[in-house]
Design a protein around this ligand. Structure first.
Ligand SMILES: [Zn+2]
Length: 286
């Protein structure tokens, strides 16, 4: 068994979303209480809590949970419009059903970003493995950020499109490709993605790496790489290994990549802008 396979086998994705995130990324405690609307269980909890307002069909409610908005390039609350409820749900309150999400198949909602008003359509449908949530967007870009280079953004967009229809293994592979492009863009072009990460971290120890690396936990980069490797390799024909790559794990991956992009591209720009403002103010005082 390869090192990557051993890593995948040890991942336990049972439990609630906060439990999974804190187990996978214990140093990322600030994210542990941030459920995502693209996780089916969290989405159902959200619409159950909002059911009385949703049924009125007027003045639709804002969500308590977030969905990543590709236009705002950040997590935003969404206004929820119910477009279609499954016939059995229409006849009784959701609290009376014991087999949600099965009873919600098929249902359809419009999610509108409270900030930029971009729409997404959320569909709960009967997928090959049971009830599945798909998010169909009116935008493109995925988990990118304002200053992410196009070569990195391309793979993030592909990852988002795969994730939006529940192809999590394909999405995680695209995240690994995005990470590799980021490393190439930062001057680490030799060898595999794992080799590039190793060189970056050894440079960090020697004080030669870009300063943004200090903002991350070294596990962030290794986890993204190992998950991508596990998803793309044949694994001896055993596709059960892919089952760990579900919505909850994908949500944890997106949060980790968001932290990587912020450290590499956004934080340095914010710091530069802050210093420029200070320098301009100081020049006027002379
Ligand atoms: Zn938005």
């Amino acid at each position: 068994m390869t090192r990557n396979l051993r890593f995948l086998v040890t991942i336990n994705t049972s439990g609630s979303w906060p439990e999974i995130v804190s187990r996978l990324f214990p140093h990322r405690g600030r994210f542990s209480s941030m459920p995502h609307l693209h996780v089916l269980d969290d989405f159902i909890e959200e619409i159950r809590n909002k059911e009385p307002v949703l049924r009125e069909g007027e003045d639709p409610p804002d969500s308590d949970y977030d969905l990543y908005c590709e236009k705002c390039q950040g997590h935003r609350r969404m206004t929820i419009h119910c477009l279609y409820l499954a016939p059995r749900i229409r006849q009784a309150w959701m609290s009376e059903f014991h087999e949600l999400p099965l009873e919600l198949v098929p249902s359809c909602f419009r999610l509108t970003c409270v900030q930029c008003k971009a729409d997404s359509i959320a569909v709960i449908y009967e997928g090959p493995t049971g009830p599945t949530l798909a998010i169909l967007r009116s935008t493109r870009g995925g988990m990118t950020s304002r200053h992410t280079p196009p070569a990195v953004s391309y793979y993030l967009d592909q990852a988002a499109r795969a994730q939006n229809v529940g192809a999590f293994s394909a999405a995680v592979v695209m995240y690994r490709s995005a990470l590799e492009q980021l490393l190439v863009q930062q001057g680490y072009s030799d060898g595999t993605c794992g080799t590039k990460i190793g060189k970056l971290l050894s440079d960090q120890k020697a004080g030669k790496a870009p300063k943004w690396v200090d903002q991350l936990h070294e596990d962030d980069l290794h986890v993204l790489n190992r998950l991508g490797n596990g998803a793309v390799h044949a694994n001896g024909g055993d596709i059960s290994k892919q089952e760990v790559l579900d919505a909850e794990l994908y949500a944890a991956v997106t949060l980790t990549f968001e932290a990587v992009l912020d450290a590499a591209y956004e934080r340095p720009k914010r710091e530069a802008e802050r210093r420029a403002k200070l320098a301009a103010a100081a020049a006027k005082m002379r």
